[in-house]
Design a protein around this ligand. Structure first.
Ligand code: FPP
Length: 247
């Protein structure tokens, strides 16, 4: 069993989650999709708390993708309002628990009041040293890579960087998660087995775990099952099993 990239208590240092299945959870109960999203916010709160308790260093959540803008405008509006309300309601408690909040994604597309609240929440919690909670909103892995390429190209045209200086480390620093170690464990709920344009660069060596639970039903026990499964795997990072076992 490899303990590489786990913290002292043996949990992954960085967990990334695609929270899927809110709509199906609501439909199964004869409720509107929005009721599923509200239940999804409650599940998110529980999982953030569980990560704090388990001393996980980084949690990155896919809340709204670049492609989710194609959903019906009423659902998009409801989601934006839900994000704003959840943030307004939870930020003080997150701050009290030493959580550092970071948002990633194309803010130019988001409503002004949400962007203001995101900026304020980031600023308020910027000095915290507990769990770093990264929330991807209006985010796409391809957007992230193009954005990084554009900023590096800008530095080259300004003369502050040469093309030869662009290597993997330099490129990774220009991404949204620049400075954050890559996710160790990727979880997707809701039964689908795909990455859906989430952290395309950063998930290169993550262990993948797919749960059939719908996001509103994914609780601390389900998280522990995912972590146990992760801990049973051998991470080789391109090396042979013999090399890894020899340490
Ligand atoms: C996935 O279910 C959920 C979303 C795309 C909505 C965003 C997530 C939440 C509201 C959870 C809370 C997040 C935060 C940051 C507070 P789906 O609508 O794709 O479900 P379906 O596949 O069953 O239709």
């Amino acid at each position: 069993m490899s303990r590489e990239n786990t913290n002292e208590s043996g949990v992954p240092a960085h967990v990334a989650i695609v929270m899927d299945g809110n709509g199906r959870w609501a439909r199964a109960r004869g409720k509107a999709r929005n009721a599923g999203h509200r239940a999804g916010v409650r599940a998110t709160r529980q999982i953030v708390e569980a990560c704090v308790e388990r001393d996980i260093r980084y949690l990155t959540l896919f809340a709204f993708s670049s492609e989710n803008w194609k959903r019906p405008p009423t659902e998009v509006r409801l989601l934006m309002r839900l994000f704003l309300e959840a943030l307004q309601r939870e930020v003080a408690e997150l701050h009290k628990n030493d959580v550092r909040l970071r948002f990633m994604g194309d803010r130019s597309l988001l409503p002004d009041d949400l962007v203001r609240q995101m900026n304020d929440s980031e600023q308020l919690t910027s000095g915290n040293s507990g769990l770093q909670l990264n929330v991807a909103v209006s985010y796409g892995g391809r957007w992230d890579i193009v954005n990084a390429a554009r900023s590096l190209a800008g530095a080259v045209s300004d003369g502050t960087l040469t093309p030869a200086e662009i290597d993997e480390d330099q490129f990774a620093r220009a991404l949204s998660l620049g400075g954050v170690p890559d996710p160790d464990l990727f979880i997707r709920t809701g039964g689908e087995k795909r990455i859906s344009n989430f952290l395309l660069w950063n998930l290169a060596y993550a262990e993948f775990y797919f749960s059939n639970a719908l996001w509103p039903d994914f609780d601390a026990q389900a998280l522990d099952e995912a972590i146990d499964d992760y801990l049973s795997r051998q991470r080789r990072f391109g090396r042979t099993a013999e090399q890894v076992n020899a340490g």
